[in-house]
Design a protein around this ligand. Sequence first.
Ligand code: AMP
Ligand code: GLY
Length: 425
Amino acid sequence: MKVMIVGGGGREHAIAWKISQSAKVDKLYCAPGNAGIAEIAECVPIGVMEFDRLAEFACEHKVDLTVIGPDDALGAGIVDVFEAKGLRVFGPRKNAAVIEASKAFSKDLMKKYNIPTAAYEVFTSAKAAIEYLKTSSFPTVLKADGLALGKGVLICNTYEEAVAGVKSIMQDKQFGSAGDKLVIEEFMTGREVSVLAFSDGKTIKTMTSAQDHKRAKDGDQGLNTGGMGTFSPTPFYNREADDFCKKYIYQPTIDAMKAEGRTFQGVLFVGLMLTPKGPRVLEYNARFGDPETQVVLPRMKNDIVEVFEACIDGTLDQVDLQFEDNAAVCVVLASDGYPEHYEKGFPISGLETFKGKDSYFVFHAGTKLSDGQVVTNGGRVLGVVAKADNLKEARAEAYKATEWITFANKYMRHDIGKAIDAIEE
Ligand code: AMP
Ligand code: GLY
């Protein structure tokens, strides 16, 4: 089989690695890919938003299955373009990807179908939003409606802060048209958990849980980033939480989307907060998480291509999704200064140390080849992953492996997975 992946970050490298393990696959393409992906796939220089060129490439090269990584391509309808050409493609159509692309849509869906989430209101005018804030309690949460690279959420401690936030999102358009609508939401407290699940539109099967670390600096300080590290599974997501979410969140969400005529086929990523009142949905994403994928897929036992095909064919109920009984930790090596200003183009050394080691992975996020040398090419550069029997060992091994890599301005958090100390002996 010939398979193509659309995307070029750490998530896509992890997906590419997992697909490359499938006995069914004899040719793998990735558009546009990166220097790490280039070692296991043929990289194709087409951008993720160039839907017609991508679909043409898939037709010409007789690609049997295309897997879409990024949210912006899904939100803009890449799957519909592929399907219109009769191509097989894994990911939700535009009318289902809206579950991530519009927070107002997802909040209204949850309200209509009684799916547990924070109380909220949606506003289309700054004046009405500010009026509402006069009666709000603080902290309160402002969310730009549309896609904003994970940055469109402001937690405001005072009325003044919230008014400034409304103005910057709705009037100054800090996040562009993503701020045409605004969600104002009740502030919740608790641990955050990421649960990724496969769905064929009827059945939903969850993968193992994970926890991300979104802030740039140790102790959850600094700015929000795309994710500085992850661990899987998260012990805070216990049996009770899982039972609750299976009953009140996962299947109800898939059923709700079906009832709305927006059948969801692909990966549904449910961002949860484990509040004192029980699990609540923080957000939905319509795709694999980054860097959650880097710790989830190395623990997955199934042939992922079979799972993708079952999602497309509506036969997911026949798949026995299984994960290893171990743990994985991912530490992101970033360029110092990320997520603001940083330099790139520095040579990376030590990558070869990972070769031939089954429990260690180095997934490339922002790298490229320059005159045969792998150089830094982004804010998040590499995701260093280690697998071990338990979380503590996986964390120690992942941090050990971060030392194998050197590049100028290398930056990482030193407390990925530290939260587990609170409950492990
Ligand atoms: P989101 O993009 O909706 O996941 O929001 C980004 C981050 O903002 C989340 O990971 C949470 O840390 C925080 N957040 C979002 N919504 C709330 C809420 N209602 N209460 C508290 N924190 C929130
Ligand atoms: N790790 C969070 C995300 O992929 O959106």
